[in-house]
Write a protein that binds this ligand. Sequence first.
Ligand SMILES: [Zn+2]
Length: 278
Amino acid sequence: MKANNGLEVVDFNLLICPACGGSALQVDEAQVVCSGCGKAYRKEPGKVFFTEEYFDVDNWEGKSSEFDLFKRESFVPKRPDKIGGPRIKDLRSMLKVTGVALNLGGGADSYEGFTNIDLGRYPNVHIVSSLQNIPYKDASVDLVVSNSVLEHIYDYKSVIEEIYRVLKPGGYLYLSVPNLCMRHHEYDYHRWTMPGLVELLGEFELVDHGFCRGVAYSIDTLMEALIVHKTQPGFFRESLRRIWSFVGRPFYWIDGDNSPEYAAMSQTIYAIVRKQEE
Ligand SMILES: [Zn+2]
């Protein structure tokens, strides 16, 4: 399968067996077999399974609905699209990346020119795999994106080590993480401040950092969650939610900035880093 830019969506020459690390893989229509250890990995149209421990999409999405915020009745507030920093779809051209780009844990998100790797069996995912054992060769990837994923992985440091391993020297990582964001899933373990994020990426060279979702998102979602938490389902709750979605709207008009103070109040923050040339 080829993407619009002519690159294979999955270049099997770059893959390794996650069980033994071997790179001699035999690929056919139905499976990928490791010549080193003999392990066979199942294929489906457009997908290869490097683990059978994946989750089904409904199972994962269903776990968010255990939180009251998501028990919406009729009204789903339309939040303004005021995202700070670069957009993922623009990263390839912005960073002048022409080679392999991976989107790790993006779920249903899909961007042109990216190979999607996820532990979930989403329709658009090309490689079903743990992010703690990425089936790519050392120094084989030019760009890695991970957008609000790390908080769902308890041992997130192992993911950063894997990203460092698969990136080429000079390759880039775009990482966004929650800073001041309510818990939003059964498996939601971590938050980072900007200094914590920069320290986590200390092996890399820092290229850019800032907020993705600013203060308005923090205030808006927390207030809505509090309304839902402290009221019964019904007319009163739904009226309050509508009133809040109107009253809270002006917070979105406040422009974000790149100060440490603004980052400290933001819902999600990001950093772009580069693996140093040897
Ligand atoms: Zn193997």
